[in-house]
Design a protein around this ligand. Structure first.
Ligand code: TRP
Length: 452
């Protein structure tokens, strides 16, 4: 059994060098290790708590996704997705909410800090605090527990959230008497450098001292590096390498011998201006090829969407059956119908087969034929024109139980209309499963024809 490593990236900012060295680079390295299944996602539901600016959330999602891909994340090996593409996450959030003690949430650092700020300014304790901020730790627990993550690499500020996720998982397991959730472990990498920003404090968006990773191209990278604060020692005077932000930044990119040479140069009196130029060139060596990939990705947002949707399908293959099992444990609806896990039932749709239309990743129009139980029986071909898709639904709807022309394949079937294959069934385990599905398909076609 592989170790599942999972982490989320809140989609509010534009990635900077500190994000790259402190989070992205080590996470991608970890995702390549044998025995690891990595789950990385854009935490855009979390972003809603911090920002209501839709354009900013959208842009940030693209930038962050492109950054991770440009930095070498392999979306075929890792599972790379967007939180808001996984409806099981908010569903699990509610299940967990119902067993989470309010007192524990009262103690969450971010919420407490907001309450303390209100106390300082003499406001009502909860003034300006949304229930979203309050519930943040439960949403995060759902992110983690939906996938039974073993390890969660995060920054120190997130430790309490992982502890809460463990606590919630334990409570659920205890209440329902089983190992329903894996208890996640926090992973803090002591080896990973914390980069200093322009002013020498930790590089952070909240200090406004960041060096951009890709934004603004190499000119912005160089210009920002030139603004790093140094002491006033003149060229020729020996510099204190260990006390210098330039040295710490350099070391985060360079190998051992390059680092030794840089230290020696500083100690021998290299001027700060030149030292910055050397630093810039060293960082640019690593960043330039990534920036090229980044720009290509940013020029093709639909390509990024396709990758994220494929990731969501991979992620849901795990989360959907997990939530179906939890629903059963909680006494909610049965998940016995085999296909119920891959398609959502619509409340009030009744016990009839029906069509469900959607647009695929390429923006084309397709539809599914769903059984009364919500099982997917057919998937149509893709249409550029939604009217053509609608016309085909009408045709299929009028075929009736026995009027359909079906081509049998080894594990599935295709539906022919006017001699053209227009829809196909899923692949079934074997020929007898296929033959059973044929009965359900005929039943569904019969229901449609009587309804019409
Ligand atoms: N709260 C995390 C942060 O701000 C982001 C996040 C959301 C996350 N869900 C997660 C991290 C689940 C790890 C696991 O950094």
């Amino acid at each position: 059994m592989n170790t599942r490593v999972l982490t989320g990236i809140t989609t509010t900012g534009t990635p900077h060098l500190g994000n790259y060295v402190g989070a992205i680079r080590p996470a991608i390295a970890a995702s390549r290790e044998p025995g690891v299944d990595a789950f990385f996602f854009m935490a855009d539901y979390h972003a809603l708590i911090k920002s209501g600016d839709a354009a900013r959330i959208e842009r940030s999602r693209l930038e962050i996704a492109a950054t991770w891909l440009a930095a070498g994340l392999d979306p075929e090996k890792a599972t790379f997705y967007r939180q808001s593409d996984i409806p099981e996450i908010p569903e699990l959030t509610w299940f967990l909410t119902c067993i989470t003690s309010k007192g524990m949430l009262n103690r969450a650092h971010a919420y407490k800090a907001a309450v303390d700020r209100n106390a300082e300014t003499g406001e009502d304790a909860d003034a300006g605090i949304t229930a979203g901020l309050y519930m943040y730790p439960v949403l995060m627990a759902a992110d983690i527990l939906a996938f039974d993550a073993n390890q969660v690499p995060v920054g120190r500020d997130q430790i309490q959230h992982i502890e809460m996720a463990r606590d919630i998982a334990q409570r659920f397991n205890h209440l329902h008497g089983g190992e329903f959730f894996v208890l996640p472990q926090v992973q803090i990498d002591e080896q990973v450098a914390t980069l200093p920003g322009l002013d020498g404090r930790k590089m952070s968006k909240s200090y406004d001292n960041t060096i951009p990773l890709f934004a603004g191209g190499k000119k912005a990278l160089r210009d920002t590096i030139m603004r790093i604060v140094t002491d006033s020692r003149a060229p020729g005077e020996p510099k204190d390498a260990d006390g210098s932000a330039l040295f710490t930044l350099f070391r985060a990119f360079a190998n051992e011998s390059e680092t030794v040479a840089y230290r020696q140069a500083l100690e021998a009196g290299l001027g700060w201006g030149e030292a910055k130029q050397v630093l810039y060139e060293r960082i640019e060596t690593d960043v330039a090829p990534m920036r090229e990939r980044y720009e290509a990705l940013m020029a093709d947002p639909a390509g990024i969407e396709t990758i994220l949707l494929r990731g969501a399908a991979k992620a849901r293959a795990i989360a959907t059956p997990k939530l179906a099992a939890l629903r059963e444990v909680l006494g909610l609806r049965s998940s016995a119908a085999s296909g119920a896990s891959s398609t959502k039932k619509v409340a009030g749709a009744g016990k009839m087969a029906r069509f469900a239309s959607f647009r695929d990743a390429d923006g084309k129009f397709r539809f599914r034929l769903l059984s009364a139980d919500g099982e997917q029986l057919l998937l149509s071909m893709a249409f550029a024109d939604p009217k053509a898709a609608g016309a085909l639904q009408k045709r299929i709807g009028s075929l009736g139980a026995t009027g359909a022309v079906l081509q049998m394949k080894e594990q599935g079937m295709t539906l022919d209309v006017d001699g053209e294959a227009v829809a196909e069934t899923p692949d079934y385990a074997d020929a007898s499963a296929r033959d059973e599905a044929l009965l359900r398909l005929r039943e569904a076609l019969g229901q449609l024809a009587t309804k019409a």
